[in-house]
Design a protein around this ligand. Structure first.
Ligand code: ARG
Length: 584
């Protein structure tokens, strides 16, 4: 109902200038959704805000506005309430028309962005030779959902995996690999072993000065393009990549490009040079750095952002500075999004500040760090396995599927239903993976959340199974009535008579507002909340009014409401990266 709000605002503008003169036309009508359905659908507080300026009682002002307010065809007669609020209730006939136009539109009335942007979404981004952890899982799920929303809105999205594939740790890894009996020893390494391998080399690095020295030389060799060092490095990257791919396939997440940190290596020299030219570079104890505004140490002195270490090496921040430039200059991005844990907020604020001061980020570019909180175990501490080890993502996802399957099998038994293995396996995998994704996305991402299989797989509450059930219910109606929703055709009449129909209709029409909000502020939990309420409102409607047994023309109208609910759920869930099931 984006357009509805726009139209109402326009009507207010006209009423305000008619009542008080043109200089009042641009006054914000302070139109908000009504806090309680008994006040209608929208409320304007503008009369209160003008009391001082006009030197009149708010109720008096409201009366004058109402007199001039033309909302014929959209709302019932505006009502004056309380201290001077103007309450608006949408006309059923208006809702019917709006709903019909959403119904006949494949995009459910959501218009694509008028000026599509080139948006870079940097997400997931695990580190080579290390295990992908739950933080990367969050980044993957949230980043994918954001990318899906932006893509749906018609933007030109570049999904980037900024793999941690560069840095001094490769010196020790390469050396460890070289000093093994033969590289073949490592041919069969899976990521679990690779992590062990990482640990071993780290231990040697810490304990053995000569190993440390050889590792340093290996870094230099790698960075100066030495072929042998590169082969070893590639070998390690490929091993990791295979494991990451397994997770991405399970999650149904893809990237347009993998651009590891190494990709930006050729541009690092230029970054430092240009910072120098911009007059921002300062030498501090041999390191090249930029002093930051607004970041101070305990003594209150400004903090430096190091861009080149005293040994000549570059770091994480230098790479991100090169990446910002590349994405703006080469990828022609006008919006940059980075999805990482909240712990990196300072890193990004510092990188963005330096890039801005170097004039690498034009005014017109929107640049957002999208932070998220921690995933905790049920004890409120860092998520661990029962034996106290860090949880492997593959195991975590598999476990969700196993549990979803157990639930499903129990239910099939209780209902005495026979289903094929194919059905059970597919449903368990959809339910298991959706539950993990939904549990993550439905939280306000900035807060920490407690990982609980029991809660995420519960069929009651704000969970994936609850939502999937609502969808299954809509499909059950079409099966039982032997109705092909697609065959209802476009020339149907929608009639909104029962209260639950009106409530459902109004909610269905808010989809565009919610998707737009997620596009702007990148909080997918808003969409989850919307879909949860939609499922609830649909269930109330379905419990209160007959659908298949209703008389025509109500029957068809109600079937259309069911179909619209189904399509809205399916679309909304798909924007969260969640598939639906016709039966479960
Ligand atoms: N590899 C990093 C990590 O595991 C995340 C990278 C995020 N993206 C970026 N451009 N810095 O924490």
């Amino acid at each position: 109902m984006n357009d509805t709000v726009k139209q109402l605002k326009l009507s207010f503008e006209q009423a305000l200038s008619a009542a008080f003169g043109d200089e009042y036309a641009k006054t914000d009508p302070l139109l908000v959704p009504a806090s309680n359905p008994k006040f209608g659908d929208y409320q304007s507080n503008v009369a209160l805000s003008l009391a001082k300026r006009l030197g009149q009682q708010p109720r008096k002002i409201a009366e004058q506005i109402i007199q001039k307010l033309n909302v014929v065809g959209i709302c019932e007669t505006p009502q004056l309430a309380g201290a001077g609020f103007i309450n608006l209730t949408l006309l059923p006939s208006y809702l019917e028309t709006e709903l019909k136009s959403a119904y006949t539109d494949l995009r459910l009335g959501i218009v694509k962005a008028k000026t599509p942007k080139r948006v870079v979404v940097d997400f997931s981004s695990p580190n080579i030779a290390k295990e992908m952890h739950v933080g990367h899982l969050r980044s993957t799920i949230i980043g994918d959902s954001i990318a899906r929303v932006l893509e749906f809105q018609g933007h030109n999205v570049l999904r980037l995996n900024h793999l941690g594939d560069w840095g001094t740790q490769f010196g020790m890894l390469i050396t460890q690999l070289r000093e093994a009996e033969s590289v073949n020893d490592y041919d069969l390494l899976d990521l679990g072993e690779l992590v062990e391998f990482y640990r071993e080399s780290k231990k040697r690095f810490d304990d053995d000065a000569e190993f440390r020295e050889r590792s340093r030389q290996a870094v230099v060799a790698l960075q100066s393009g030495d072929e042998k060092a590169k082969i070893a490095w590639k070998f390690l990257c490929n091993k990791s990549r295979i494991e990451f791919e397994i997770i991405y396939a399970l999650l149904d997440v893809h990237f347009d490009e993998e651009r590891g940190e190494s990709f930006y290596n050729p541009f690092l020299v230029q970054v430092v040079e240009d910072l120098d030219k911009a007059g921002l570079l300062v030498e501090n104890q041999g390191a090249k750095c930029v002093f930051l505004d607004g970041f101070t140490n305990r003594e209150g002195e400004p903090l430096p952002l190091i861009v080149q270490k005293s040994d000549g090496g570059y770091n994480y921040a230098t790479t991100d500075l090169a990446a910002v430039r590349y994405r703006i200059e080469q990828d022609k991005a006008n919006r940059l999004i980075y999805v990482t844990d909240a712990g990196q907020a300072n890193h990004f604020a510092q990188v963005f500040q330096v890039a801005r001061r170097a004039l690498w980020i034009p005014e017109s570019i929107e640049i957002d760090h999208v932070p998220f909180g921690l995933v905790q175990g049920e004890d409120g501490k860092k998520l661990k396995t029962r034996s106290g080890e860090t949880v492997k993502l593959k195991d975590l996802l598999d476990e969700a599927i196993v549990r979803a399957r157990a639930d499903l099998e129990n239910r099939l038994k209780a209902e005495d239903r026979q289903e094929t293995e194919e059905f059970v396996a597919n449903a368990a995998s959809v339910i298991g993976i959706s539950s993990v994704k939904y549990a993550d996305l439905s939280q306000n991402r900035t807060s920490n959340y407690v990982f609980s299989y029991d809660r995420m797989l519960d069929r009651q509450g704000n969970t994936a199974p609850y939502m999937l059930y609502a969808y299954v219910r809509t499909q059950g109606i079409s099966r039982r009535g032997e109705i092909d929703f697609e065959q209802l055709g476009n020339s149907v009449d929608i009639l909104l008579q029962h209260e639950t129909e009106l409530i459902l209709a109004k909610h269905l029409l808010q989809l565009d507002e919610v998707v737009n909000a997620v596009e702007q502020d990148l909080f997918p939990n808003r969409l989850c909340e919307y879909l949860f309420q939609l499922s609830q409102k649909f269930n109330q409607f379905y419990d209160k009014v007959p659908v298949l047994n209703a008389e025509e023309p109500l029957r068809t109208s109600r079937l259309v409401l069911c179909n619209l609910t189904a399509r809205t759920l399916k679309l909304g869930l798909s924007l969260l990266g969640i598939q639906v099931l016709d039966r479960m």
